[in-house]
Design a protein around this ligand. Structure first.
Ligand code: SAM
Length: 335
C-alpha cells in the first residue's frame, strides 16, 4: 500500500472500508418515498461512469482499504452492461453484493453466482399486492415476492428491506416478521428518511421504539431474542425464537449509527458522497477523465465528513426542508 494508506480515515477516526456504488439513476419502479412524483432530472449519458471508469475508481478505493462493495441504483440490474461490471469488480479482492428491487433478478442468478455475489438485499415495502402497487406505482408484486423465494432457494443470503410509513404499512410489521418463520432471511425495517422531493414528514415515520411496541404486543418477552449486531452494522437485530430468519431496524432518524460509519457512496455520475445525508459531493469522474489522480480528491472528501448525518445532527435540523432538500433524491444516491 502507498503512503496515502489512510486517505480513507476521516478526522473523527472512522476508517471507511465499505463503498456503495450506484450504477444508474433510472429504476423500473417508482416508489413514492424514494423519488419525486415528477421524476428526477437524469444526467446525460456522457456524464455517467462507464464500466471501465467504475472499475478504475473502485480499484483505487480497494487499494486504500475498501473490502466491501455494494452495487445499487436506481435499479442496478436494468443497466445493460451489469454482467461486465460484475465481472470486472469480481476481479478485485472485495466482498461484492447488490441491492435490488428483484423485479428481474431471476434472469441474473447465474451471473451473480459466477461473480461471487452471495449477499443480496431486496426491497419490498408491503406483502399485499395492492399496497405494493400503490407505493411502487407498478404491478410487480408477484415477481418480487417469487424472486425472494427463488434467491433463498438458490442459496443467496437475503435481506429484505421495508421502509415503514405510518398508516400505510406499519400494520404489516408482524406479517413481515412472520415471513421469517420458515425463511432464513433478515427483514429490515427502515425508518423513513428525508430526501429532496420525497414528501417526508416526521409524522409519517415509524420509529425503532414504535416497531418494538408492535413486536412486544405480539410476542412474549422470552421469545424475542436480541442478536449480536455485526461491527459497523446499521441495524439492531432481533429474532423470534424458533424462527429460521431474523428481523432488524435501521434507525437513521431516531438512533443514528454515525460513530461507527464505515461507508462512502459513489453516484452513477461519479460523485463521491461522504455521507448519505451530505449536501456536498466531490467530482471523481471529471478528475479521472482529466487524467489526474483521484486520491487527493478522495482524501479531501473523507476529511470533510461531518460527525453526524451530514451536519443534521439533531432531530430539529433533520426536519428542516432547507437542509435536507440540498441533498439529492434517494433514487440518485442509491441508499
Ligand atoms: N432499486 C434498488 C432497491 O429497490 O433496493 C436499489 C436502490 S434503492 C434507492 C435502495 C434502498 O433505499 C431501498 O431499500 C429503498 O427502500 C431505500 N430508500 C429509498 N428512499 C428511502 C427513504 N426515503 N427512506 C429510507 N429508505 C429509503
Amino acid at each position: 500500500m502507498s503512503e496515502n494508506k489512510n486517505i480513507l480515515t476521516d478526522s473523527h477516526g472512522r476508517d471507511h472500508t465499505y463503498l456503495r456504488i450506484s450504477l444508474i439513476e433510472r429504476c423500473n419502479l417508482r416508489c413514492t418515498y424514494c423519488m419525486p412524483e415528477e421524476g428526477v432530472k437524469l444526467s446525460p449519458k456522457s456524464s455517467l461512469m462507464t464500466y471501465e471508469e467504475i472499475y478504475d475508481i473502485a480499484k483505487t478505493f480497494v487499494e486504500h482499504g475498501v473490502t466491501k462493495i455494494r452495487l445499487t441504483g436506481g435499479e442496478p440490474l436494468i443497466r445493460k452492461d451489469i454482467p461486465v461490471i460484475l465481472e470486472k469488480l469480481a476481479a478485485l479482492p472485495v466482498e461484492l453484493s447488490i441491492t435490488s428491487n428483484a423485479v428481474i433478478i431471476d434472469k441474473f442468478i447465474d451471473v451473480l453466482k459466477a461473480n461471487g455475489v452471495k449477499k443480496i438485499n431486496v426491497s419490498i415495502d408491503s406483502l399485499d399486492a395492492a399496497k405494493f402497487k400503490h407505493i411502487t406505482r407498478r404491478h410487480e408484486f408477484e415477481k418480487v415476492y417469487n424472486n425472494i423465494l427463488l434467491l433463498v432457494k438458490e442459496g443467496f443470503e437475503v435481506k429484505v428491506n421495508a421502509v415503514l410509513i405510518k398508516g400505510f404499512n406499519d400494520n404489516e410489521i408482524i406479517d413481515f416478521i412472520n415471513f421469517t418463520k420458515d425463511l432464513p432471511i433478515s427483514v429490515r425495517f427502515i425508518e423513513f428518511m428525508p430526501f429532496d422531493g420525497n414528501k417526508w414528514d416526521m409524522g409519517k415515520m415509524v420509529s425503532y421504539a414504535e416497531v418494538m411496541q408492535y413486536v412486544n404486543a405480539s410476542f412474549s418477552e422470552e421469545n424475542i431474542e436480541r442478536l449480536q449486531d455485526a461491527p459497523n452494522d446499521t441495524s439492531k437485530n432481533y429474532k423470534i425464537k424458533g424462527y429460521k430468519g431474523s428481523f432488524a431496524i435501521i434507525s437513521s432518524v431516531t438512533n443514528p449509527f454515525c460513530d461507527s460509519c464505515n461507508r462512502l457512496r459513489l453516484t452513477a455520475n461519479g460523485q463521491l458522497k461522504n455521507c448519505l445525508f451530505s449536501s456536498t459531493e466531490s467530482d471523481l469522474l471529471s478528475t479521472l477523465r482529466a487524467g489526474k489522480s483521484i486520491e487527493p480528491v478522495i482524501k479531501k472528501a473523507v476529511q470533510a465528513k461531518l460527525k453526524m448525518r451530514g451536519g443534521m445532527d439533531t432531530l430539529n435540523k433533520l426536519q428542516q426542508p432547507l437542509l435536507y432538500s440540498k441533498n439529492r433524491s434517494m433514487i440518485t444516491i442509491g441508499g
